[in-house]
Ligand binder design. Structure first.
Ligand SMILES: CCCc1ccc(-c2ccc(S(=O)(=O)CCO)cc2)cc1[C@H]1C[C@H]1c1ccccn1
Length: 235
């Protein structure tokens, strides 16, 4: 598509996520939560007393495709229907049909100051040679923007988040037209590097993250299942 001021950065960040997606979580990652198909890993990282813990979540959702998951994650108009941790969200710029800039105000995490975030959000798909279904991904990456001035007392978070989805078709029928939702599942990898942008008590932030990430992914998955239940499959 047409290039714009963020094209080079987007390429760099997207390729970075694809490179690390296959990094195994055996060294340095702790499994902190397991629920059904969902496995939540965290690396404990602190920088000058600030908790930066990278999160990595693997989940398998039966009955939806990776395209559907990324569609509902990226499209702005659904956001407030599944995001329970936001006070507001709005698009402040559209850079191309796959790239927008969002500004969001997050619900206050007591006793910390209220957070806000501004990031470019990019959706794309690609097919590797060996797989038949395309991989879909969404990356949300902090960016500065004239229409999202930093204003006290809100604290701007710095986030680098990726949702990478593969679609598996189990027992594919001879004719692809006959594929049913019970034959499909989405295998997703969600990574989040969130710098809270200002001091938050380590224990408080760790317990909020441990509770909120699984909760948000569970809620988001059920939202997509409910939205797609009686719709034609979006491959
Ligand atoms: C003090 C920092 C608090 C805090 C701010 C923000 C976020 C956060 C940012 C972005 C995304 S997303 O996946 O890109 C969906 C778009 O909104 C998810 C979460 C996480 C936390 C940490 C607390 C954790 C958390 C995790 C999930 C939901 C809410 N909070």
């Amino acid at each position: 598509g047409e290039k714009h001021r963020l094209s080079a950065e987007i390429e760099r960040i997207v390729q970075g996520h694809l490179k690390y997606k296959y990094e195994d979580v055996s060294d340095g990652w702790d499994l902190i939560h397991q629920e059904g198909e969902m496995k939540v890993y965290r690396r404990e990282v602190e920088e000058n007393g600030l908790v930066l813990d990278p999160m990595k979540i693997f989940h398998t959702i039966k009955g939806v495709t990776g395209h559907e998951i990324c569609h509902y994650f990226w499209e702005f108009q659904y956001r407030m229907e599944w995001e329970t941790t936001l006070d507001s969200t709005k698009i402040i710029e559209v850079l191309d049909p796959q790239t927008v800039v969002f500004y969001q105000v997050h619900k206050r995490v007591w006793p910390a100051a209220q957070r806000d975030s501004c990031f470019w959000s990019h959706i794309r798909s690609f097919t590797s040679s060996d797989e038949d279904q395309p991989t879909w991904l969404v990356v949300n990456y902090t960016t500065s923007h004239l229409l999202a001035p930093i204003k006290s007392p809100q604290v701007r978070i710095v986030a680098n988040v990726a949702l990478i989805c593969e679609t598996v078709i189990n027992e594919p029928p001879l004719n692809p037209k006959d594929i049913k939702r019970e034959n499909i599942e989405c295998k997703l990898t969600y990574v989040a590097f969130v710098n809270p942008g200002g001091w938050v008590p380590s224990a408080a932030l760790r317990s909020v993250a441990k509770r909120e990430y699984p909760r948000f992914l569970k809620r988001f998955s059920s939202y997509v299942l409910e939205q797609t239940r009686d719709k034609p499959i979006l491959f």
